[in-house]
Design a protein around this ligand. Structure first.
Ligand code: SF4
Length: 867
């Protein structure tokens, strides 16, 4: 079977993939597309294992009303009727859509058109609000339009790459590999600015572990240095940049090296080294991500970076650009169609002339008069009863929004909740009155735009599961049922793309860079065959911006007072992603290979903080913020600054009891962008007491799991669940173990209880309870699930009579190679480069996502060898 050329489902790098479906229609062979400009054939671990996430397990296969299966006709009529009634009774602002960067551009376009042009409200916002809306607001303030003035080619041409608030090695691995290749080829310098020492720092020339939230002080300090030392590009500023009165004067005070070092809690020598690198390398790319955006001062932080590049003329030239890299696969497509409540469509805002233009183009009866509710405000309005009907598409706000407890209360109280999703049971769909089955990644057809403005086709290579339908189809059918038949007469995603392209060019006349009018009349054939292409070309290369006078704007920004930690909340909580998981794990959680990298959500903490709080490595801890609390496994890390904690965002109520980070984040937002400040919540931590600890391996899990801590990950033949609980462990075992032939052993003196359940000689479950230090290793036991070779003695011992060497925690998911194997090989075979490790063990030679981890082990070995 021929491979289908499509695009990865996950991050904003937007890698091209070649997908060859298997005969069962529920898996596929996936390889990188060598012809795609974003990745040239490379994929990270998540992309590589996409084929394992396509099964129909857990899929929503039929429309449901009040939990009962129904037909599409009935579901569509019901949703249309409820929305129509609500609007008639309470007005257009009483309804809302909450959509997703997982939607394709065509889906997004139809949803935005329906809400803003026909319902007449701008109450449509997207989960991209949570990851890059500060970049949008910053671009609009500086450039007059939300345009990312960079491409991946700039990373190849740059002499200095500065990564700010970005764990690129884990979150955008293919970009990281490209940076590494540029360093190897050209010796480009790399500076990482991040409070944590992540794997992205493994190969950096300089890591600045600044105080969280002090980015504006750092960037302003560098700008003041550039001013003092003559690195401002005066000709460029004269031609292309407006400088507000008093801008430079404001930088004169408190921006000397010592003051900035104090504000950022950095050694002055490191700061000076960074400034000197910047001064010496005009071809600088500053790439930033969630560490900058997800802050209550995110927009100012973005503008501090843009100011630096504009003032030094490092923009619109090869290898010189500020570069916002997006988290989601189609956050950029959503920005193009106006998927945010604060934009109208085709990069236009709500100015009267734009509203008039869009209304005429759509021939719509009405048009939203003003920006709508941003994500956090939208759910607050639902909670307050002002928004009475909401449609949530392809996203899981009951987990992902800050103060998720309040979001759940709001949804529980909402009169009408519609969820369209490909997954049947999410934390959000538990509140849905109507569930509409949407097509999944391998079944969808349309376009996406990646971080560098490249539009790529996403092509279906699998038939829809059950009665699933494309999101654009569901939205347009409901629009038609609401009475707008003609305006929503799209027959295909190509129809929608053509209309989107026509709107982008309609009376544009060069006012906006976003103009894809060259595709306004694209044929279905050409749309199907479309190659990845980049709109906007070398944006701003001519020094002209999308403002009335064509000049960019320096925006005065100042460092906010960071204050001292509060007595009740002495720590600062930071959140982020794991290398091998994506968002709320609805897809990556299906892959056993991806589950190996991190089998539990960990709270990373500095050793001295752990000691002060009575925490030990591998124990459990309760992390609390003013919003809520969750339980995590403790990981003592020398990459953490003192006073700071780090937890992953991925685990939900579907995968864990405890470990849900959405319960912790506060709902304070940036005043310009409305983006929540996920990164710096006040927090405390304390040991989590439990009567017993243990783990379960099982082909099928009981639901619910009656334990105070239970976190599951997928294994090859079932699940691994890490457990802690209170009360009698034997009563717990009785409740959760399945029927079958039961073998067991007990050592009550040491609190140890072990069980294995077999059916027809095949292991279907095994439960081990005991002190943490006495629990057996999981690896061998996981491999016995579904098998019949292990003896009863070995099963109860939790190990083979002839045990294989311990591999340690898995580093290379592609070849199942662990830390201990790598460490031993590095030492014994003197493997001093990642290439040498790859040649000896294969580790890192497939997707390469683990190369930074291997590099770290090599560095640790060298440091140990040199005393
Ligand atoms: S870097 Fe990985 S997750 Fe991101 S698009 Fe590429 S393969 Fe997908």
């Amino acid at each position: 079977m021929n491979a289908t050329r499509t695009t990865c489902a996950y991050c904003g790098v937007g890698c091209g993939v070649l997908a060859t479906p298997a005969a069962d229609g529920q898996s596929a062979a996936i390889v990188g597309d060598p012809e795609h400009p974003a990745n040239a054939g490379r994929l990270c671990s998540k992309g590589t294992h996409l084929g394992e996430t396509l099964s129909h397990e857990g899929r929503l296969l039929h429309p449901e009303i009040s939990g009962k299966r129904t037909s599409w006709d009935k579901a569509i009529a019901h949703v249309a009727r409820q929305f129509r009634r609500t609007i008639d009774q309470y007005g257009p602002d009483s309804v809302a859509f909450y959509v997703s960067g997982q939607l394709l551009t065509e889906d997004y376009y139809v949803a935005n058109k329906l809400m803003k042009g026909f319902i007449g409200s701008a109450n449509i916002d997207t989960n991209s609000r949570l990851c890059m809306s500060s970049a949008v607001a910053g671009h609009m303030r500086a450039f007059g339009e939300d345009v990312v003035p960079a491409s991946y080619d700039d990373l190849d041409a740059a002499d200095l790459i500065v990564l700010v608030g970005s764990n690129t090695a884990w979150c955008h691995p293919v970009i990281y590999q490209r940076i590494m290749a540029a360093r190897a080829a050209r010796g480009s310098k790399l500076v990482v600015i991040d409070p944590r020492r992540t794997e992205t720092c493994a190969d950096a020339d300089l890591h600045l572990a600044l105080r969280p939230g002090s980015d504006v002080a750092l960037m302003n300090g560098l700008l003041a240095f550039a001013m003092r030392e003559g690195h401002i590009d005066r000709d460029y500023v004269e031609r292309s940049v407006n400088v507000p009165d008093g801008f430079w004067e404001a930088l004169e005070n408190d921006h000397d090296l010592w003051s900035v070092a104090r504000a950022c809690d950095l050694p002055p020598a490191d700061l000076q080294a960074f400034f000197d690198l910047f001064a010496a390398h005009p071809r600088t790319v500053t790439m930033f991500s969630q560490g900058i955006n997800q802050s209550i001062r995110g927009t100012d932080q973005v503008n501090s970076i843009l100011n630096l590049h504009l003032a030094t003329g490092r923009i619109g030239k090869p290898g010189a650009a500020p570069f916002s890299i997006t988290g989601q696969p189609n956050a950029m497509g959503g920005r193009e169609v106006g998927g945010l409540a604060t934009t109208l469509a085709a990069h236009m805002d709500f100015a009267p002339e734009n509203r008039d233009l869009v209304r005429r183009f759509w021939a719509s009866p009405t048009i939203a008069a003003k920006p709508g509710l941003k994500a956090v405000d939208l759910f607050r309005s639902i909670g307050e009863g002002r928004v009475k009907a909401v449609w949530i598409m392809a996203t899981n706000p009951a987990v992902s929004l800050p103060d998720a407890g309040s979001v759940r209360e709001a949804l529980a109280a909402c009169r009408f909740v519609v969820v369209s999703d490909c997954i049947a049971n999410t934390d959000t769909s538990a509140f849905a009155h109507v569930k509409l089955p949407a097509t999944g990644w391998g079944e969808k057809d349309g376009t996406v735009t990646n971080s560098e403005r490249v539009i790529s086709r996403q092509r279906a290579f699998l038939p829809p599961a059950g009665e699933a339908r494309p999101d654009w189809w569901i939205i347009k059918e409901i629009a038609r049922a609401m009475g707008w038949r003609e305006a929503f007469s799209f027959d295909s995603s190509a129809d929608i793309y053509r209309e989107h392209a026509r709107l982008s060019t309609y009376q544009n006349a060069g006012k906006r860079v976003f103009d894809i009018g060259c595709h306004a009349a694209i044929s279905n054939l050409a749309y199907n065959a479309m190659q990845p292409w980049r709109w906007g070309g070398d944006a701003f290369a001519d020094g002209r911006f999308s403002t009335p006078d064509g000049k960019a704007q320096l925006v005065p920004v100042s460092q906010m007072e960071l204050g001292k930690p509060l007595k009740a909340w002495p720590l600062t909580l930071n959140t982020g992603r794991y290398r091998d998981q994506w968002h709320t794990m609805t897809r990556t959680g299906l892959s056993a290979r991806l589950g190996q990298h991190r089998q539990e959500p960990l709270v990373e903490i500095h050793a001295e903080d752990a000691l002060a709080q009575g925490l030990s490595d591998g124990g459990l801890a309760l992390v609390a913020t003013p919003q809520g609390s969750s339980v995590y496994r403790v990981c003592i890390s020398d990459g953490q600054r003192r006073g700071e904690l780090f937890v992953p965002i991925h685990w939900t109520d579907q995968q864990s009891t405890g470990g849900r980070t959405g319960a912790l984040a506060r709902s304070a937002t940036d005043p310009h962008s409305g983006q929540p400040g996920f990164k710096n919540a006040p927090a405390r931590i304390l040991p989590f007491a439990a009567d017993w600890h243990g783990f379960l391996i099982a082909s099928v899990l009981p639901d619910p799991m009656p334990a105070s801590y239970a976190t599951k990950v997928r294994t090859k033949a079932g699940w691994l669940v890490e457990l802690a609980g209170d009360g009698d462990p034997l009563a717990f075992a009785k409740r959760i173990l399945p029927r079958g032939e039961r073998i067991e052993s007990h050592d009550s003196a040491h609190g140890q209880h072990r069980f294995a359940i077999l059916r027809d000689g095949v292991v279907v479950a095994a439960l081990y309870i005991g002190p943490l230090s006495r629990l057996p290793r999981r690896e061998w036991l996981i491999a016995q699930l579904g098998g019949s070779e292990a003896s009863a003695t070995d099963l109860l011992a939790g190990r083979s009579a002839t045990p294989a060497p311990d591999r340690g925690a898995i580093v290379c998911s592609c070849f199942d190679i662990g830390t201990i194997t790598l460490t031993k090989a590095i030492a014994s075979q003197r493997l001093m480069t990642t290439e040498a490790v790859g040649a000896a063990l294969c580790a890192g030679t497939n997707c390469g996502s683990c190369k930074p981890a291997i590099q770290r082990l090599i560095t640790q070995h060298k440091e140990a060898a040199h005393g």
